[in-house]
Design a protein around this ligand. Structure first.
Ligand code: UD1
Length: 354
């Protein structure tokens, strides 16, 4: 049983569902954490993911209300379907709810994308991933850095390094979309940037959000801002206009369009985890609006720069010299999902905790 609920999890589910087809019966549970068409259904359609078998429809709410409603719903579904494994993805409230529901009723839990750490306990995602790793029976780590974090927390014996399934899906989408039309006709043929901002630490405090928006608006080329619903809601609440200066406001894109838009851009400015890595895989320089990143390899290799203050200087940072070309592949070879399924099969034979 795979449990997903938020946009980045649908992307990770796509290659896993494909690898599981024909090898195991796969029940897909959607918690309903993300529910707008372009945050949810569009990903299932574009990436060929089977329609979810169950949708809990939990919607938005405070952390406690959202996670608690999911926990009760998932527990019931586990009771009805008796899965051999519950597979959870990434670091959202849906991840934590599913891990907790399963472990309490003694159903083995596997955590995909285990071992990522920002070491920033203000992030809800950091709490979700630490608790999920410690609850889970099988930790599917994407990189040596992630495996090392798990080892230092005493979790080495449950860890299997499989690579990053985000590389699988990106390579597949790139191969299929070589002749895709430009998803952003308004900037076709121009030097443009792609931006996203959605983390609570960036959106919820009016002064900080205003200085980020002003920094982006003052850049020297068009900045297509793919606005997450949290950003739109926060901007409206704080009376901040998003469609100013260099900014061109757009709805979030589906995954194939996002890959095409980033691939043709000259830079990415973001606080998303996944987008930092997609930019690196497409060899587009990234500027990350956060004090730290889980994807440290992108910074070490010179393709990502972190900015946490002084957003009026964003122009200098975004306009920095191009990074040195690299053939490094810290996120694997595009065959991670097959290794995920191999690990589930092998460790299931031994039952539960490995
Ligand atoms: C969640 C994840 C985060 C992930 C992000 C990707 C948690 C704690 N955070 O953050 O790790 O990077 O998803 O997008 O789980 N909303 C809509 N329509 C939707 C979904 C959300 O309008 O389809 C609104 C909600 O009403 C809410 C806001 O967006 O006000 C935030 O949604 P929520 O699911 O709480 O967290 P995200 O910020 O999306």
């Amino acid at each position: 049983m795979s449990v997903v609920g938020a946009r980045p999890q649908f992307v990770k589910l796509a290659p896993v569902a494909q690898a599981l087809a024909g090898r195991a019966e796969h029940v897909i549970v959607h918690t309903g954490q993300h529910y707008d068409h372009n945050m949810s259904d569009a990903f299932f359609t574009d990436l060929g993911i089977p329609h979810p078998d169950h949708n809990l429809g939990v919607g938005s709410g405070s952390h406690g209300a959202q996670t608690g409603t999911m926990l009760a719903g998932i527990e019931e579904l586990i009771g009805e379907t008796a899965p051999d494994w519950v597979l959870v993805y990434g670091d959202t409230n849906s991840t934590l709810a599913a891990a907790l529901a399963a472990v309490k009723v003694h159903v083995p839990v596997a955590h995909l994308e285990a071992g990522l750490r920002s070491f920033n306990r203000r992030m809800p995602e950091e709490i979700n991933r630490v608790l999920t790793d410690h609850a889970a029976d099988l930790l599917l780590a994407p990189t040596p850095t992630a495996s090392e974090h798990l080892r230092s927390e005493g979790l080495a014996s449950r860890t299997v390094e499989v690579g990053d399934v985000m590389t699988d899906v990106l390579l597949r989408v790139l191969a299929a979309g070589a002749h895709r039309p430009h998803p952003l006709p308004e900037v076709e043929g121009t030097d443009y940037l792609v931006a996203t901002v959605h983390r609570p630490d960036n959106t919820d405090e009016p002064h900080r959000l205003r200085s980020i928006v002003e920094g982006l608006a003052g850049l020297d080329r068009p900045v297509v801002l793919l606005a997450h619903p949290r950003l739109r809601a926060a901007a409206e609440r704080h009376g901040i206009t998003l469609d100013v200066g260099a900014l061109r406001l757009s709805d979030p894109l589906g995954y194939p369009d996002l890959v095409a838009a980033v691939g043709r851009s000259t830079g990415v400015v973001t606080d998303s985890g996944g987008l930092q890595k997609e930019a690196f895989l497409l060899r587009v320089p990234c500027t990350t609006l956060r004090p730290e990143t889980e994807w440290v390899e992108t910074v070490d290799l010179g393709w990502n720069v972190l900015v946490d203050e002084g957003f009026e200087r964003l122009g200098e940072i975004v306009g920095r010299a191009a990074p040195a070309p690299t053939s490094a592949a810290p996120y694997g070879d595009g065959d991670a999902a097959r290794r995920v399924v191999d690990a589930l099969e092998q460790h299931h034979a031994g039952r539960a905790t490995i």
